[in-house]
Design a protein around this ligand. Structure first.
Ligand code: PLP
Length: 383
């Protein structure tokens, strides 16, 4: 009796592993969790206070569907100062998390029969969102270090290409698209007239490399780009559900119409918290970045010491994506046996379109990383 639309959706493997691991933990099992795609830090105090103040000041009613004007203004200023993109306030929308923004974007720009180019490995929800929008997924390979090139995209372009998904730094590989390639990709998009979704939620986690926003290059590519982001990762605000994007006014209007008949405005208490996140002290980002960088180097080193495992150094985000094919197991087998037999949760690469790999989030304490790595080594030796 269910619709074809929902029957085609694959459940999120990341959420499935995470909930199984959390369930085991609840049952009293000592599980080490590398599954979660969220910072282990708490939301900074000034942001929490802003939300409490919003409640006490009765800022608890509907806001405009696309978000509060003062938050849109803060987002436009952030795009101008950090990303070097000049969006007018009318070219901004606030949604219920980055995922919601991405979903609405796909719904706004894709039609049945359109093709969307998706580089592999990809974040799990991209593929399902494209399918929900009834468009066709055109997978595009990256190189052995998961680096995306304009040449590989060019090979996938047809007269039906409507959209390219760019996600740099990438979930799950951590790879950053080189600025020279971003420039060539922009040229391809303009020449072939397709949209680019640039998902920049990990823009701050680049460990010394510069982040380049494709829409900052020139006006032509800016018109075709939907620059998507959220406060979730940057400010350890995953549960607050505030995302945003900048795009051409017609795209924003379409998304606002969709939002007006689905969620209406995002929680205004969370919007007030996001306003403080963007306008207040940015020191918490530096703190997180320093901790993630130490963990990144440590996990990379430990993974490469394991027989049958090799890992490319992650350039950004907070994930390691090692090749585990040398263990003789496929990614699903490896992940489920590791959880059952050694109580360590990782996500199978299959979910990201890349067999032979698993994803480990290092957004967990150094102590947990050490314990997890010790267990993996011991478990593999026993097999
Ligand atoms: N984009 C990427 C690449 C992600 O990894 C995530 C979360 O894991 C999101 C978007 C969505 O984040 P949120 O909906 O919490 O803002």
């Amino acid at each position: 009796m269910l619709s074809q639309r929902v029957r085609n959706i694959a459940p999120s493997a990341t959420l499935a592993i995470d909930s199984k691991a959390k369930q085991l933990k609840k049952e009293g099992k000592d599980v080490v969790i590398f599954g979660a795609g969220e910072p282990d830090f708490n939301t900074p105090e000034n942001i929490k206070q802003a939300a409490k103040k919003a409640i006490d000041s009765n800022i608890t009613r509907y806001t405009p569907v696309g978000g509060m004007p003062e938050l849109k203004k803060a987002v436009a200023e952030k795009f101008r100062d950090f990303n070097k993109i000049n969006y007018d306030v009318s070219e901004i929308i606030i949604g219920c998390g980055g995922k919601h923004i991405l979903f609405n974007t796909m719904m706004a720009v894709l039609d049945k029969g359109d093709e969307a180019i998706l580089p592999v490995p990809f974040w799990v929800s991209f593929e399902e969102m494209i399918k929900l929008a009834e468009a066709k997924v055109k997978l595009c390979p990256t190189d052995e270090k998961f680096k995306l090139t304009a040449d590989s995209i060019e090979e996938k372009i047809t007269d039906k290409t409507k959209l390219l998904i760019l996600n740099s730094p990438s979930n799950p590989s951590g790879a950053i698209v080189e600025p020279s390639e971003i420039k060539k990709i922009a040229k391809l998009a303009v020449e072939n007239n397709f949209y680019v979704i640039s998902d920049e939620v990990y823009e701050h986690f680049t460990y010394g490399k510069e982040h380049l926003s494709i829409a900052s290059l020139n006006d032509e590519i800016k018109k075709l780009t939907i620059t998507c982001n959220s406060v979730s990762k940057t400010y350890a605000m995953t549960g607050w559900r505030i995302g945003y994007c900048g795009a051409a006014k017609e795209v924003i209007t379409a998304m606002e119409n969709l939002q007006g008949h689905s969620t209406s405005n995002p929680s205004n208490i969370a919007q007030m918290a996001a306003l403080e996140a963007l306008k207040g002290s940015q020191d918490s980002i530096k703190e997180m970045l320093k901790a993630f960088d130490e963990r990144r180097k440590f996990i990379h080193k430990r993974l490469n010491e394991i027989e049958g495992v090799s890992c490319v150094e992650p350039e950004g985000a907070f994930y390691a994506f090692p090749d585990i094919s040398g263990t003789g197991m496929d990614s699903m087998n490896f992940s489920s046996k590791l959880l059952d037999e050694a109580l360590v949760a990782v996500v199978p690469g299959m979910a990201f379109g890349k067999e032979g790999h698993v994803r480990l989030s290092y957004a967990t304490s150094m102590h947990e990383i050490e314990r997890g790595m010790d267990r993996i080594v011991k478990w593999l030796k026993k097999r």
